[in-house]
Design a protein around this ligand. Structure first.
Ligand code: CP
Ligand code: NVA
Length: 301
């Protein structure tokens, strides 16, 4: 694999192969088995938005793989003063072995990849969050032992998380039902992709989506960049919440996932969150292992 830009670019088999590598790397890390597969390599990380998990898991992951990571706020780079992303890509390609970027426009990530000569990894855009979905699928497989045939219900916004979950789940043979208010339409590229799959269902009714689910997942109502709409969104998304009533409609052993950060009392109740905290923090941990698999696949020999 050259770049890791969005799950639309990968086949189901390629996603599963990354999950297998992630499982192997997790095993090696947990058992103290050295796995310095990126010895001497440098990853440049550009952040145009805040991050806790992405930043720490990539930096730690590079260290564990024998490499090094540079963390850069876009505002501190010349990029923040208008230097074109194309030139940034060409310069970083002369110093580093890979780039991870978290930004707004998916097009900027694609431009970095096409203008530079080193692998680019998407650490979240407004359109997609592929690293998170790898970790989510890895966590589901750890708990349920299979992916194919399981039903995931996503309750909430048509955003980077739900876009990528739709693609990831369908590609690995899962069913996905999404409950989202009509006012927040999905990106046409996602709907175009999903329409070929019988396992895809889009509804405005969280109860219909949650029915018989193996996994319930949600995300914030206002993503980074949507802060100005937070009040309006609180009104529009009221009822799109993972709570006891919704869990009662899902399978009795239903998992709950949340990419974090979570807003208790909004998209999830404190009770639903805390009673599934083991799963949610396993999911957060698996960012580390899943991203190490991506880094090895993109930047390895
Ligand atoms: N889930 C996630 O990407 O977390 P951060 O925003 O903290 O990186
Ligand atoms: N949809 C959220 C995900 C955060 C990890 C956001 O973009 O802010």
């Amino acid at each position: 694999m050259n770049h890791f830009l969005k799950l639309l670019d990968l086949s189901g088999d390629e996603i599963l192969e990354l999950l297998n590598t992630a499982d192997q790397l997790k095993y090696e890390q947990k058992n103290g088995i050295p796995h310095r597969r990126l010895e001497g390599k440098t990853l440049a990380m550009i952040f145009q938005k805040s991050s806790t998990r992405t930043r720490v898991s990539f930096e730690t992951g590079m260290y564990q793989l024998g490499g090094h990571a540079l963390v850069m706020n876009a505002a501190d780079l010349q990029m923040g003063r208008g230097e074109p992303i194309q030139d940034t890509a060409r310069v970083l390609s002369r110093y580093c072995d890979g780039i991870m970027i978290r930004t707004y426009a998916q097009e900027d990530v694609e431009a970095l990849a096409s203008e530079g000569s080193i692998p680019v990894v998407n650490g979240l855009t407004d359109f997609s969050h592929p690293c998170q979905i790898l970790a989510d699928l890895m966590t589901i497989r750890e708990y349920k032992h299979v992916l194919s045939g399981l039903k995931l219900a996503f309750i909430g916004d048509a955003n980077n998380m739900s876009n990528s979950l739709i693609v990831g789940c369908l590609k690995v043979g899962m069913q996905i039902s999404v409950a989202c208010p009509e006012k927040y339409p999905f990106d046409p590229r996602i709907l175009e992709f999903a329409k070929a799959y019988e396992g895809f269902r889009l509804t405005t009714d969280p109860r219909a989506a949650a029915q018989g689910a193996d996994v319930l997942e949600t995300d914030v109502w206002a993503s980074m960049g949507d802060e100005g709409e937070a009040e309006q969104r609180r009104r529009d998304f009221a009822g799109y919440q993972i709570n006891g009533d919704l869990l009662a409609l899902a399978k009795p052993d239903c998992m709950v996932l949340h990419c974090l950060p979570a807003h208790r009392g909004e998209e999830i109740t404190a009770e639903a969150f805390e009673s599934h905290a083991d799963q949610i923090f396993d999911e957060a941990e698996n960012r580390l292992h899943a991203q190490k698999a991506v880094l090895v696949s993109c930047m390895g020999a």
